[in-house]
Design a protein around this ligand. Sequence first.
Ligand SMILES: [Zn+2]
Length: 380
Amino acid sequence: MTATTTTTVTTTSGGHCSKSYRRGGGCGGGVMLIASILVLSVHYGHAQDFGYDGEKGPSHWGEQYNSCTGKHQSPININSLDVKKVNLPPLVFQGFNVAPKETNLTNNGHTVVVTMDSEVTPTVSGGPLAGMYEYSQLHFHWGDNDTFGSEDMIDNHRFPMELHIVFFKQEYKNARTALNHPDGLTVLAFFYEIAPVDNPMYDEFIALLGNVTGSHLSARFETPPSLKDLLAEDLLHYYTYDGSLTTPPCSEVVTWIDFKEPILLSHAQVQAFRALEDEEGHPLTHNFRPVQPLGDRVVLYNTDELIKQVELDEEHPPEPEGVDTNKLDTHKSASEEAKSPKDPSNRKQPRNDAVSILPGTTRWTLLIVALTLISTIVQC
Ligand SMILES: [Zn+2]
């Protein structure tokens, strides 16, 4: 992921802005108050110092940024057979279905970043999160072709592209100061898969990519999409773990939430990202970091599976409250012991004691018959 902060600067301009403009250049014409978005890298001043190949590549990031050699780095490969299944509290999404007043798209030389100016700033809370997290920006990671491009992997599988929606913890005020706290950021991550047809929700987005091919170009949406428009539907099943920014300074401050259901885009839609250019004017064909060691971390998988098991359990008669299960099991055994004399198949039954298995009334009957016989004999 790439963390950025957003600064809103009020400028006076007018007329209709072109869809594409240089940051800080403004738009000519009459009088109109607009918000111009400046996207500044958190590591401003060093933003040019990293890339994805050669001497600027990921294997050299640690030379300038200590955190990049940390023990809890991202991305990782998630082994779905080695996760801890959990039922976390529901994630709470607020403002996700509200179309922003203004949405801008910027090629920052490393990725394309989407910033929003909305009356209702999207927030996320619940799930693995303690506290409220506020939307900062979203961006993407992709590869040279459709066989790779995502950062996190699932069972050693790379998806062609990955979406990172970056949120900072509200109490830390902004993304920059949030970097100083281990719980400073959360990133909602979605994988993409290739579908045979275009995803119509991404139509304008993909069209605007053509206006920001060059590094530091920005474009404005005519019809800003809501966040929900860009996401998958299933927001219940996800992996979550503690990790880092996937770009320098690699700060280990991110609660990752990787949703299982991918978003579908056509090959042509993903291909449009590969036409962007980096700072040096070269095609930005790939911008994903290799996976890092999991170390001592445990990846959680949120599922409703355990809830179903609880429901199944409820089909059995509820156990009395306050009764220890072990004691209850002992009680059941004692009860079965009590029933055992009536069970002819019980192996504890002393089958060789013919008398003992006869009911008491039968025993009395035999005694009476015997006494009668003796009496008869005596009488005879
Ligand atoms: Zn990212």
